[in-house]
Design a protein around this ligand. Structure first.
Ligand code: 6GU
Length: 254
């Protein structure tokens, strides 16, 4: 998969080459990342990419012409690519969207800066708009790197033999269970006995219950969308009962 990135800070994307799985995916040609400088599509001496907003207000808006030229250039070079604008006004990026984007032949990622991008770009020149979360970044570059990272690791081969992507949080719909490695005892904290028992059934059950517990505590919203098995339901009911017992004890104590 090719990621063409339209940005006024192409150098930011060299951080992808510092290390890790994305670097390896580039080296092994599972993916390619090509940042293109939007300023290269300006015609004035100052290479202007922004201007004041019509109607007034603070901040600057990205001018449409250089962005439009950059998008057309990228599309000509990669006609099969899907064009995505990174903006806090976009639809929310999640594991499902990442999975969906792996189906694209290539992605052209348009990074907005300043207070925003001229609306006519959004209306006429992009296929999709994505936000990575409910907070405001100074530009779309970090968001583009998040998309590149999350999509790349779903491309078969990039994780190097492991099928770990299938068991990720969110692909199962629950948060991941805790993981431990050696030493068995670390600064007074021990690895749960069940993980050392060699009983695969018991390990599987412990992990499932740990996932459920983490999810209900940290991300109860995920459970509403998730189908729980009979065993899951039994565990949750027992949990509810245990909690009620604890609350009951507290209220009789105080
Ligand atoms: Cl895609 N861009 C910016 N500027 N801020 C964001 C974002 C994108 N996603 C979340 N916050």
């Amino acid at each position: 998969m090719n990621f063409t990135v339209l940005t006024i800070f192409p150098e930011m994307f060299s951080t992808l080459l510092v290390g890790g799985i994305v670097k390896r995916a580039i080296e092994n040609e599972y993916i390619s990342v090509e940042p293109i400088d939007i300023r290269g599509f300006t015609n004035d001496r100052h290479r202007t990419v922004d201007d004041r907003p019509y109607g007034g207000g603070c901040g600057m808006v990205m001018k449409p012409e250089p962005v439009a030229e950059a998008v057309r250039h990228a599309r000509k070079k990669r006609p099969e690519s899907y064009t995505v604008l990174l903006t806090p006004q976009g639809r929310l990026f999640d594991q499902q969207v990442a999975q969906e984007l792996t189906g694209c032949k290539g992605l052209i990622l348009v990074c907005g800066r300043y207070e925003g991008i001229d609306e006519r770009i959004r209306e006429h020149l992009v296929d999709d708009e994505i936000s990575i979360g409910d907070y405001v970044l100074t530009g779309g570059e970090l968001a583009a790197m998040v998309v590149i990272d999350a999509v790349s690791r779903l491309i078969p081969g990039t994780l190097g033999g492991e099928d770990s992507a299938q068991e990720d949080s969110f692909s199962t719909g629950l948060l991941e269970h805790p993981q431990y490695t050696r030493p068995r005892s670390f600064e007074g904290a021990d690895v749960p006995d069940v993980l050392l028992s060699g009983n695969h059934g018991a390990v599987k059950e412990w992990r499932r219950q740990a996932s459920l517990l983490r999810t209900v505590l940290n991300r109860p919203d995920l459970l509403r969308e998730h189908h729980l098995s009979r065993d899951d339901m039994e565990f949750m009911k027992k949990l509810q009962k245990d909690i009620k017992t604890i609350i009951g004890k507290h209220s009789t104590e105080s």
